[in-house]
Ligand binder design. Structure first.
Ligand SMILES: Nc1ncnc2c1ncn2[C@@H]1O[C@H](COP(=O)(O)OP(=O)(O)OP(=O)(O)O)[C@@H](O)[C@H]1O
Ligand SMILES: [Mg+2]
Length: 232
């Protein structure tokens, strides 16, 4: 399998008061197509920063990031946004669904943005994706009327809107009870089995039984990088 993600000597420094914080410290990481990688580490170790760099939400201070065929440094801000809309599905801890849109409308929004799916097919694709994540019957409700687990499923359906090869998730189960968290992680495992490359930041203790690889960060550096027992 080819290299899907390549992080080469990446540094991310944030200014802080008179000084600075080195959030990512000369980090190298290669992820192959189809891998399911957990990023773990204590609070402040740089997990979110790394994920934001992979998604092109943030730019590195130095170093190189390649995701798929794209050298992220070669893209302008609008180019990055368009690339992200096409290639990356993002899932967050607090779902970030738009409260005034129905669940189906939330799922259709990235399709409207990317313009890849023909207008006439967007609604049925949204319904298909909501069915895929197990909440077909919630399509026309507002997000606030759904449970946390249902909202996260809706957010995952939205992340799949444009059929991206990459899924990046930042503590997607951080706001869910254990049973619901297990179900959401199982859903990620299924999406991975379909061939998507997935990177998930998590605090789940039993993540090793689900992912194929676990990378541990300390102070913006990788201290362990282990292949786990999970089979697909
Ligand atoms: N926008 C910012 N400005 C200044 N410092 C920042 C900024 N974002 C993150 N940092 C600092 O960079 C370091 C890494 O932060 P990051 O959010 O990546 O950690 P994390 O591993 O995701 O932590 P958590 O588990 O709490 O979410 C921390 O020291 C943090 O204080
Ligand atoms: Mg974080």
């Amino acid at each position: 399998m080819g290299q899907a993600i390549q992080v080469l000597d990446v540094v991310k420094v944030y200014p802080l008061g008179n000084g600075e914080v080195v959030a990512i410290d000369h980090l190298d990481l290669d992820i192959a197509q189809g891998e399911f990688v957990a990023i773990v580490g204590r609070s402040g170790s740089g997990k979110t920063t790394l994920l934001n760099l992979l998604a092109g939400i943030d730019r590195p201070t130095s170093g190189k990031l390649r995701v798929g065929d794209t050298d992220l440094a070669s893209l302008s801000e609008s180019g990055l946004a368009a690339w992200r809309g096409d290639s990356v599905g993002l899932v967050f801890q607090f779902f970030q669904l738009l409260p005034t849109l129905t669940v189906a409308e939330n799922v259709m929004l990235p399709m409207d943005f990317a313009g890849k799916i023909p207008v006439g097919r967007r609604r049925s694709r949204a319904e298909h994706l909501l069915d895929r994540v197990g909440i077909a019957e919630q399509a026309d409700k507002l997000p606030a009327t759904l449970s946390g687990g249902q909202q996260q499923r809706a957010a995952i359906a939205r992340a799949l809107a444009n059929d991206p090869p990459f899924l990046l998730a930042d503590e997607p189960t951080g706001n869910l009870d254990t049973t619901t968290a297990d179900a959401v992680l199982k859903l990620f495992a299924e999406l991975n089995a379909e061939g998507r490359t997935i990177v998930v930041v998590t605090h789940e203790r039993d993540i090793r039984s689900i992912v194929s690889r676990e990378v541990t960060l300390v102070d913006g550096r990788i201290i362990t990088d282990q292949t786990t027992g999970a089979t697909r």
